[in-house]
Design a protein. Structure first.
Length: 188
């Protein structure tokens, strides 16, 4: 298991999409219909390429030029996080995906801890995220990782909207932290 995390580069695009497609297939086999609507993949890849170019996407490399996981430190989503939430007070997690080959190694939790360390470095008190409203298993996963449900928003043009946060000081897997290969840039 890799102990390193680094910023993604455009050269990671194929490996990132492979990771996502594998996750889509796993979700479908578990009876979860997420990320599979027509055209969704193309739009997602275009947005992801912007995140990579702007230094917001990070990857955990495997030794064989594949990726074990990825996380994007996103901008606050204005469909969900409002001015009253003090959106500038958090690091926002998006596109957290781990390879099936990393199952059982707590990589997702370690990526969340890493996001907390980025928030602490930026002197921000929260790590926040939103997930699909009907993905109860994923919501349960985040609750088990120390997140608390804030509220659920349901804009008609979005399937996501279950919102949660946890203190940036919380590290659920402090015994196995990821080491950053390069310093996170502040992405606006």
């Amino acid at each position: 298991m890799s102990e390193l995390i680094r910023q993604a580069t455009p050269a990671d695009s194929d490996a990132l999409m492979k990771l996502r497609i594998d996750a889509e297939e796993w979700l479908a086999s578990a009876g979860i219909d997420q990320w599979r609507s027509p055209g969704f993949r193309d739009r997602a890849l275009a947005k992801w390429q912007v995140d990579v170019a702007e230094g917001r996407t990070w990857v955990v490399p495997a030794t064989n030029s594949k990726l074990l996981g990825t996380i994007t430190l996103a901008r606050p989503d204005s469909d969900f996080w409002k001015r009253a939430d003090s959106p500038e007070s958090a690091v926002y997690v998006a596109k957290l995906i781990t390879a099936r080959s990393a199952a059982g190694q707590r990589l997702g939790g370690r990526l969340l801890d890493w996001a907390g360390s980025v928030a602490r470095d930026r002197q921000l008190p929260w790590v926040r995220l939103d997930v699909w409203r009907d993905n109860l298993k994923l919501q349960g996963y985040y609750l088990n990782e120390g997140f608390e449900h804030v509220r659920t928003e349901a804009p008609s043009h979005r399937l996501s909207g279950w919102m949660a946060q946890r203190p940036s000081s919380l590290a659920m897997h402090a015994d196995t932290p990821l080491r950053t290969v390069d310093t996170p840039r502040l992405a606006g």
